[in-house]
Design a protein around this ligand. Structure first.
Ligand SMILES: Nc1nc2c(c(=O)[nH]1)N[C@@H](CN(C=O)c1ccc(C(=O)N[C@@H](CCC(=O)O)C(=O)O)cc1)CN2
Ligand code: GAR
Length: 215
């Protein structure tokens, strides 16, 4: 079966991008990383991608002032130029309008550093510590128009320790992010995680869609 051409969208260092690139180095992996695109010209992940010989592109959101849809139309044009089939957001820090979300419905995924539906939005680790939760983690979900609300594909959980700082907790969560994101992309690229209504149905091998995956 041909490997699904996948673009990774980043805004920063790209460690999750690195995990996806590493997974896709296996010829049996159902996705090919065909493009890394950033909204920030200075994103460190662009350098990392280039080191792997992966084509990169920048669509700088500040070039479009506040016209979010104009920014997204340019992103969409670049994705189509590269014949992309799946989009994986990996630390991509722009809220998308229904334009791009609908253009890539059921073909755009995101990794969020919390166990959704808990802690949507930003500063998830700080909020988890403030609320005193004992279980935290990460979620890979399909992107919907509403922020961090799309159907869940896979989650990974980690314990919150008594003297955790936000950085310590973030580092523990990041480890599980790097494990579940490649699994989630493989499920989507392999046609094993499909959105039916508001749910994801899956015939996943090592992790069914929606299952809690412990590190
Ligand atoms: N329509 C959707 N867009 C995005 C989703 C989504 O589920 N639906 N996921 C996010 C990723 N994300 C959390 O996982 C997230 C990213 C960015 C923001 C945010 O407030 N961005 C600000 C700018 C912040 C900055 O530039 O540093 C903004 O866009 O004004 C919240 C959550 C990706 N998009
Ligand atoms: N709301 C989106 C969000 O906060 N995403 C988070 O940004 C980090 C990016 O790190 P990376 O660039 O090293 O993958 C990751 O922890 C990801 O979950």
């Amino acid at each position: 079966m041909s490997r699904r051409k996948t673009a990774i969208l980043i805004s920063g260092r790209g460690s999750n991008m690195g995990a996806l690139i590493s997974a896709a180095m296996s010829p049996d992996y159902p996705a090919e990383i065909a493009l890394v695109l950033s909204n920030r010209p200075d994103a460190k992940g662009l350098e990392r991608a280039a080191e792997f010989g992966i084509p990169t592109a920048v669509v700088d959101h500040t070039d479009f002032s506040e016209d979010r849809e104009a920014f997204e139309r340019q992103v969409d044009a670049v994705l189509k130029d590269h014949k992309i089939e799946i989009v994986a957001l990996a630390g991509f820090m722009r809220i998308l309008t229904p334009f791009l979300v609908n253009a890539w419905a059921n073909r755009m995924i995101n990794i969020h550093p919390a166990l959704l539906p808990s802690f949507k939005g930003l500063a998830t680790h700080e909020r988890a510590l403030e609320e005193g939760v004992k279980l935290h983690g990460a979620t890979v979900h399909f992107v919907s128009a509403e922020m961090d609300d799309g159907p869940i594909i896979i989650q990974g959980a980690v314990p919150v320790l008594d003297r955790d700082t936000p950085d310590a907790l973030a580092a523990r969560v990041l480890e599980v992010e790097h494990k579940i994101y490649p699994k989630a992309l493989a499920l989507v690229a392999g046609g094993k995680a499909k959105v039916t209504g508001a749910r994801v149905t899956s015939g996943g091998d090592d992790a069914d869609a929606g299952d809690l995956v412990w590190p």
